[in-house]
Design a protein around this ligand. Structure first.
Ligand code: SF4
Ligand code: SF4
Length: 216
């Protein structure tokens, strides 16, 4: 899932300050699960904005990242001066593609692709490199979870299983070692991996995926 956190209210209010009539638009998928932009948060933000003198109301769309879901609410969206979207950055952009004349502001800072680990804690697990090799590392992604993205780790700096870059965080390579040992596959870690081909990653700019079999 995509994880995001609420933008500081002071920034939201500053962005919205030239307008009065605001539609706070929640998203019913990832940001609902990470409790930053779902129906409950949309209602809360609208209530806060009303207290600050805005005419704000809340609405939640099931998935703002898909045009069809947004299209159904065109009338509601067009009725207000501006939209404060509590979706991830994808939702904000898709919404804006569909309603290009409408000022739309992000109310959430999109942070990473991750998972809830325990209540109130989300961890990044994938950087979307476009060529998944996680099976080589006991399904612990070194690209994402090692601070240096080392494919031939460890770096030698970890202390008591913790990362030297962020000591409060587990060393990914300690986790990889432990997992591979559990699976009786330690000898696989002796393999030297050549530099990864990053052309499938986002460093070359925006990526697209075309599926000829389902393309209309
Ligand atoms: S190897 Fe790439 S695709 Fe696989 S989990 Fe890591 S970043 Fe994600
Ligand atoms: S201590 Fe571990 S996680 Fe941190 S940079 Fe070194 S190998 Fe990567």
């Amino acid at each position: 899932m995509i994880v995001g956190e609420r933008k500081p209210l002071s920034i939201v209010i500053e962005n919205l300050s030239p307008w009065r009539k605001i539609l706070v638009l929640g998203c019913g998928t990832c940001v609902t699960v990470c409790m930053s932009g779902g129906e409950k948060e949309a209602q809360e933000v609208a209530a806060i904005l009303r207290l600050r003198g805005f005419q704000a109301r809340a609405l939640t769309i099931e998935r703002q990242c898909e045009m069809e879901f947004n299209r159904k609410f065109a009338e509601e969206i067009n009725r207000e001066e501006v939209v404060l979207s509590l979706a991830c950055g994808i939702g904000v952009q898709i919404l804006s593609d569909l309603f290009p004349q409408k000022p739309i502001f992000p109310g959430v800072n999109t942070t990473f692709m991750g998972a809830p680990i325990v209540q109130g804690l989300w961890e990044e697990r994938c950087s979307g490199c476009g060529d998944c090799i996680v099976h080589l590392f006991g399904n612990i992604c070194p690209v994402t979870r090692c601070a240096k993205s080392l494919l031939n780790g460890p770096c030698g700096g970890s202390q008591k299983g913790k990362c030297e870059v962020k000591p409060e965080r587990d060393c990914a390579w300690q986790l990889i070692y432990d997992r591979m040992r559990e699976q009786g596959r330690l000898e696989e870690l002796l393999r030297i991996h050549p530099p990864k081909d990053w052309s499938s990653s986002r460093y070359g700019g925006q990526r697209k995926m075309l599926r000829e079999d389902v393309y209309l």
